[in-house]
Design a binder for this molecule. Structure first.
Ligand code: ADP
Length: 397
């Protein structure tokens, strides 16, 4: 069974075609600059060099048509006929409180996604465009929506209600939703598999540390707390997002710098985080380089990032009443040996016996604590696409 996984942004889209008999990727790619000058598709048949095709693509439907053409191209394609694609899985950012699991898409689901646009104005419209375009291009294929927010829906009320007037929750659905749910779900189940344990018996903290970062606390395999909130802005210090901040800073700066709501939003989402602190870059590799050269603000950015992760691990172990397994994933979590080591410092009290030699890995599964460590720390490369494909397979049977 071949499943196409699609992740649509407003001007870009990523895709993977996965053979579910072997759970292996056949091809993947990225379409950039949809609807603007310089549209192009970068397509890769697994095992071959990437090809780049430049052509005007004024909307998502045209872009997805290019994707289907690339997938069945004689030279770098992997299928003969588009009907070999038996189902399509769509990454969808926000399902509000409506869905706590993936769903087969029908008119009612599409309407529910449209109702959530206000909660994810940058993401849901693009996700919906992708779904509607694929429905036109592959009318017979079942389509499944896999939500970023769904896995966090098990959080208790005390974790998702903010300490503001309850009427804002009632009137405008203002509450914590959490993001990266598909990643937290994949790495938590994979970590349990690697350790040969049942998720039901483990207290786990999963750290998705990438350009956007979030942490989740899981009891019995279910999320009980997570660091992203109403939007992906809350929680850790990120590439360009500020994460937790005294809310009074926002109104103070708006007055001082004469910023309107949109400008302030940009400051917090695009100009803050490790980029804002370091003034160097949002990419941790650049910041590490600068820190090595003695750049104080780069060192500070890394210190603040690591300290915030430590704080969340500490507070989540308090919520869970201890922790058995800590998982690192995403760009920084999978690859940054020094960040992992810095973060794990000071956790001896929790029972972490860290092993610097075992930690000397990038981008692959590894246990990085000593065999007798009370808490096991694991690196698990995330695979959201595979998780989406698995859900799609299960729901489209
Ligand atoms: P997202 O999906 O949120 O865009 P990723 O999970 O792909 O982000 O993470 C991207 C980040 O991972 C980059 O900004 C970079 O800082 C970091 N990263 C990638 N490789 C390394 C590495 N070898 N060392 C440190 N950081 C890395």
């Amino acid at each position: 069974m071949k499943i196409l996984v699609i992740n649509c942004g407003s001007s870009s889209l990523k895709y993977q075609l996965i053979d579910m008999n072997t759970e292996s990727q056949l091809a993947n790619g990225l379409v950039e600059r949809i609807g603007i000058d310089g549209s192009r598709i970068k397509h890769e048949k697994v095992g071959m060099d990437k090809v780049v095709i430049e052509s005007p693509m004024k909307d998502h439907k045209i872009a997805l048509n290019f994707v289907l053409d690339a997938l069945k191209d004689e030279k770098h394609g992997v299928i003969k006929d588009i009907n070999e694609i038996e189902a399509v899985g769509h990454r969808v950012v926000h399902a509000g409180e409506k869905y706590s699991e993936s769903v087969l898409i029908n008119d009612e689901v599409l309407k529910a996604l449209k109702d959530c646009i206000e909660l994810a104005p940058l993401h849901n419209p693009a996700n919906i465009m992708g779904i509607e375009a694929m429905q036109e291009l592959l009318p017979n294929a079942p389509m499944v929506a896999v939500f970023d927010t769904a896995f966090h829906q098990t959080m208790p009320e005390k974790e998702f209600i903010y300490a503001i007037d309850y009427k804002y929750y009632k009137n405008y659905s203002v509450r914590r939703y959490g993001m990266h749910g598909t990643s937290h779900r994949y790495v938590s189940s994979r970590a349990a598999e690697i350790l040969g344990k049942d998720l039901k018996d483990i207290k786990m903290i999963t750290c998705h540390l990438g350009n956007g970062s979030s942490i989740a606390a899981l009891n019995n395999g279910k999320v009980v707390a997570t660091s992203m909130g109403f939007t992906p802005l809350e929680g850790l210090a990120m590439g360009t997002r500020c994460g937790d901040i005294d809310p009074a800073v926002i109104t103070y700066l708006m007055k001082k710098e004469n910023l309107d709501a949109e400008q302030m939003d940009k400051v917090m989402n695009k100009e803050s985080g490790v980029l804002g602190i370091s003034g160097v870059s949002s990419d941790f590799r650049d910041i590490e380089e600068a820190a090595k050269d003695g750049n104080h603000r780069a060192e500070l950015a890394l210190d603040i990032f690591n300290e915030r992760v430590r704080k969340y691990i500490g507070s989540y172990s308090a919520i869970l009443g201890g922790v058995d397994v800590i998982v690192f994933t995403a760009g920084v979590g999978e690859n940054s040996i020094s960040n992992r080591e810095e973060i794990m410092k000071n956790f001896e009290y929790l029972g972490v016996d860290f092993d610097s030699n075992l930690n000397n890995v990038r981008g692959k599964e590894a246990i990085i604590t000593k065999p007798n460590s009370k808490v096991t720390v694991v690196v698990v490369p995330t695979n959201e696409e595979l998780m989406i494909a698995r859900d799609t397979k299960a729901l489209s049977k």
